[in-house]
Ligand binder design. Sequence first.
Ligand code: 6PG
Length: 241
Amino acid sequence: SQPPIVEIVADRDTLIAQALNVVMTHIAAAIADRDRCTLALAGGSTPKPLYAALAQQDLPWDKIHIFWGDERYVPPSHPDSNEAMARQAWLDQVPFPPANIHPMPTLGGDPAGDALAHEQELRDFFQVAPGEFPALDVVLLGMGPDGHTASLFPHTAALDVVDRWVTVGDKDGEPRITLTRPFLNQARLVLFLVTGDNKQPALREIFSPTGDDRQYPARSIQPQGTLHWLLDQAAGAVLQG
Ligand code: 6PG
């Protein structure tokens, strides 16, 4: 695959402005090529102003389908819910057809069952042949200071899942719902948004030829399409000479 784009910008505001550019370009390309755009959202604090900026754009909402890279196992009304954050900042602010929003279910008290149910929803949506994985157009990801991304945490079983689209992640014993590595790696664009100097140790390992994918799961995101790391100066300084 192509080498990653690594872009280091001065501060968070510049990072959000540049993320908006990149996402708008890829949304337009997907709609021009396939008449729809499939977009997976991230949680964390960094993408929230991006969602607010997207809410201000004039986009054909009926052609955009929203998914999530992962979800905390809390009800959608919970303050920790990634779905709630995105709805508040963006999705509820524009006329999205409700059927275009595909949250991860977290109400069953059965994370494995919910992961399976969400995978079935994705299979019904994408309609690919058995054994094949579809390509999301745009995947937004964050990275934790420990190198996790989506809910793929260091040294957890979710990292080994190769035959499923959706599985159960494990954050210190707490279940999460997460897209799997092989599913994420089909994407046409993966855009990592990473801010803050507490991300430097993980970034150093991720960009080292001898880094460990199981210790730093974000290192194993190597999509078929474009891999774009967008870092603020506080995070990216570690990669500069
Ligand atoms: C979590 C966190 C995590 C988050 C990263 C980056 O659920 O464990 O939300 O996945 O995305 O830690 O977060 P920031 O964007 O806030 O730095």
